[in-house]
Design a protein around this ligand. Structure first.
Ligand code: FES
Length: 580
C-alpha cells in the first residue's frame, strides 16, 4: 500500500462550476438553488454524486431511493454536498434480449455523467447483476474517488419448510415439472414464496458474487456484501458509506489507487472461496481493462485453482445469503485466504486501511455455512479455463457447480444451431439423445444472440430427466446465471457467430471434455476443421442502425471481458469547456 493522502483543504473540480463570481458560476449555482440548497453547499465542500440504479423495472434495486437517503445523511454529516442522479438501470429479470446487452451502455452513461457534472466523488448504488460491474467500469474510466454500496440480498425464500434460493429453485422446479416430480399448481404456489423482501437474489448468484467482488477488490466497505436488504444494518452501511466518500475526496483516494493487480488477484481467489458466478470472469476482465491492469483468462485458472470453496451457499451448496451474513459474511472468507497465504494483505481499500486490517478480527459464527477447509465443497474451487481446438481462446466451467462424474467425459454431440432451435426440439421424444451425449448450443455469444444471454445451462430433455438424470455436459458460447448449476462449459471463444470452431460442430461429432487437464477437444482432423471453417457462413445479419449496430461492431469477445473496444481504458475527469 503506497497511498499518500493529499493535503486538505484544496480546490476541488466542482469549484470550476460553483466557485467564483463569474456569470457562469452564478448560472451554475443559481439553477441548483431552485432545489432549496443553502449558499454554503457551494463553498468548496466535496460534491458527492450518488449514482443510483433505482428503477421500478429493476426490482432488485427497487429500494435504492430509500437507501440513497441514508447515503445523503452520511454525506451531510461529514460536511459534503450530496447530489443524487439516475443512470440506466440494468435489470436482469426483465430486459430483452438480455441484460448483458446493456452493461456497457450503462457504463458509458455513468462515465459521461460523472465527467460532465460538478462532482468530486461518487457513491455507486448497485444491486442487480449488471449494475455493479457497469458502475465500476464507468467510475474506473473517470477515476474520481468512488465507493460501492450494494442494496443487499433478499431474505431467504421459504416453501413448505424448505429454503427457496433465487433462480436456483426456479431452474430446479422447472426440471422437476418436466420430470413429472412437481405439478404446475405447486410451481405457481412456490412463485409466491421466492421473493419475500426487497433486495437482490439471495443465492451466491451473480449479484451476490459481484457484491463480494466489489468488497474483495477493496471498492466497498468491509462487510457490505452480505447484509440483507431489509436489515437495519444495511441502512447503517449506506450512511457510513456516505460519510466515508467525503473523506475519500479530501484524501483524493481514487479507483486507480485501489484497483491494482493485487486487488484483482484477491478478488479472483475470493471468487473461488465463495463458489462465485462465472459471470465474474467477464466483469472483472472488463473492469481491469478500464484501469489498464493486465488481467487475462488464464489468471482465473491459475489463481483460483487451489482455492477450496468454503461458502456453503446455493447453487453450489445449501444455504442462502441471509445465513452467510449471520455467519460473519465475506470478511471471514477473506481472513481465511489471508491465513492460507492466499491474500495480498496490504491491498488498499476504500476505508484507507489495507485489506488485512479490515478482516483480521472477523469471526465465523457458523461452521456449517462457512466451512472448515477440510469440509470444503470442493478443494479445487475457482473457475476452470478450458482450451483446445473447440475453444482456442478459452472457455470456462465452474467445478463447484458441476458433477464429479462428468468432469472427464467423451460423448456424441447433439447440436442446436441457436436457442430457438433448442426450444423447438428439446422436448421432442424422438430427439436422438441420451445422458451420455453432449449438448451443444451455438450463436449465443456477445454477437450471436446478441448480448450473450444466460442460456448455457439449457434444460435437459424430458426423457432423460424422467430417468432420474439431473446433469449432462453442455457446451455453448453463452453465459449461465450465477444461480444455476451443472457441468456446463460456457463462454466458448471465439464465439460461433464470429466464426469460432463451435460454429462448425455437427450432430454426431465426438467431443472430449477433461476438466483436470483443462481441455476441450472436437475429435476431427485439422484438415476437416479448416475445410468446415472455410465453408462456414455467418447466420447473423449485422444490425443496420441504432444501439444494436454499435454493439455488433464494437463488442469484444467474452475471453477479454466483452467490453466495447472504444471504452477500454481510463479517460480521466478533466472538466473540459464550459457550456456557455
Ligand atoms: Fe436481480 Fe438476481 S435478478 S439480482
Amino acid at each position: 500500500m503506497s497511498f499518500t493522502p493529499k493535503k486538505w483543504p484544496r480546490k476541488l473540480r466542482s469549484q470550476v462550476w460553483y466557485g467564483g463570481d463569474s456569470r457562469d458560476n452564478i448560472y451554475h449555482r443559481s439553477w441548483m438553488k431552485n432545489q432549496g440548497h443553502p449558499e454554503d453547499m457551494f463553498d468548496g465542500r466535496p460534491v458527492i454524486g450518488i449514482c443510483n440504479t433505482w428503477s421500478d423495472l429493476t426490482p432488485c434495486n427497487g429500494h435504492l431511493r430509500d437507501l440513497a437517503d441514508r447515503v445523503k445523511r452520511g454525506v451531510y454529516e461529514a460536511g459534503g454536498f450530496p447530489v443524487e442522479f439516475p443512470v440506466f438501470s440494468v435489470g436482469e429479470s426483465s430486459l430483452r434480449p438480455t441484460a448483458m446487452m446493456y452493461r456497457n451502455l450503462a457504463s458509458m452513461d455513468v462515465e459521461e455523467a460523472l465527467r460532465a457534472n460538478p462532482i468530486d466523488g461518487v457513491v455507486l448504488m448497485v444491486g442487480c447483476d449488471k449494475t455493479t460491474p457497469a458502475l465500476l467500469m464507468g467510475a474506473a474510466s473517470v477515476d474520481l474517488p468512488a465507493i460501492v454500496v450494494t442494496g443487499g440480498p433478499m431474505l431467504n425464500g421459504q416453501f413448505r419448510g424448505e429454503r427457496v434460493g433465487s433462480g436456483t429453485a426456479l431452474w430446479q422446479m422447472s426440471e422437476d415439472i418436466k420430470a413429472g416430480k412437481m405439478t404446475r399448481d405447486d410451481f405457481l404456489e412456490a412463485e409466491q414464496s421466492m421473493s419475500r423482501s426487497a433486495g437482490s437474489c439471495n443465492t451466491m448468484g451473480t449479484a451476490s458474487t459481484m457484491a463480494s467482488m466489489a468488497e474483495a477488490l477493496g471498492m466497498a466497505l468491509s462487510g457490505n456484501a452480505a447484509i440483507p436488504a431489509v436489515d437495519s444494518r444495511r441502512r447503517v452501511m449506506a450512511q457510513i458509506t456516505g460519510r466515508r466518500i467525503v473523506d475519500m475526496v479530501k484524501d483524493d483516494l481514487k479507483p486507480s489507487d485501489i484497483l491494482t493487480r493485487d486487488a484483482f488477484e484477491n478478488a479472483i481467489r475470493t471468487n473461488g472461496a465463495i463458489g462465485g458466478s462465472t459471470n465474474a470472469v467477464i466483469h472483472l476482465l472488463a473492469i481491469a481493462g478500464r484501469v489498464g491492469i493486465d488481467l487475462n483468462l488464464d489468471d482465473w485458472d491459475s489463481l483460483g485453482r487451489d482455492i477450496p470453496t468454503i461458502v456453503n451457499l446455493m447453487p453450489s451448496g445449501k444455504y442462502l445469503m441471509e445465513e452467510f451474513f449471520y455467519a460473519g459474511g465475506l470478511p471471514v472468507v477473506i481472513k481465511r485466504l489471508g491465513e492460507a497465504g492466499k491474500l495480498h494483505k496490504d491491498a488498499l481499500t476504500v476505508s484507507g486501511k489495507n485489506m488485512w486490517d479490515e478482516v483480521k478480527d472477523a469471526k465465523n459464527w457458523n461452521e456449517d455455512v462457512i466451512l472448515p477447509v477440510e469440509k470444503a465443497l470442493t478443494q479445487q474451487g475457482g473457475i476452470a479455463v478450458l482450451r483446445g481446438n473447440l475453444a482456442p481462446n478459452g472457455a470456462v466451467l465452474k467445478p463447484s457447480a458441476a458433477s464429479e462424474h462428468l468432469l472427464v467425459h467423451t460423448g456424441r454431440a447433439v447440436v442446436f444451431e441457436d436457442i430457438d432451435d433448442y426450444k423447438a426440439r428439446i422436448d421432442d421424444e424422438d430427439l436422438d439423445i441420451d445422458e451420455n451425449c453432449i449438448m451443444v448450443l451455438k450463436n449465443c455469444g456477445p454477437k450471436g444472440y446478441p448480448g450473450m444471454p444466460e442460456v448455457g445451462n439449457m434444460g435437459l430433455p424430458p426423457k432423460v430427466l424422467r430417468k432420474g438424470i439431473t446433469d449432462m455436459v453442455r457446451i455453448s458460447d453463452a453465459r449461465m446465471s450465477g444461480t444455476a448449476y451443472g457441468t456446463v462449459v460456457l463462454h466458448t471463444s471465439p464465439e460461433a457467430a464470429a466464426g469460432g470452431p463451435l460454429a462448425i460442430v455437427r450432430t454426431g461429432d465426438i467431443i472430449s471434455l477433461n476438466v483436470p487437464q483443462r481441455s476441450l477437444h472436437l475429435d476431427i482432423s485439422d484438415e476437416e476443421m479448416s475445410e468446415r471453417l472455410t465453408q462456414w457462413k455467418s447466420p447473423i445479419e449485422k444490425p443496420k442502425s441504432g444501439y444494436a449496430s454499435l454493439f455488433h461492431t464494437h463488442i469484444k469477445g467474452a475471453d477479454t471481458g466483452a467490453d466495447f473496444d472504444f471504452l477500454i481504458g481510463c479517460r480521466g475527469n478533466d472538466v473540459g469547456r464550459d457550456s456557455h
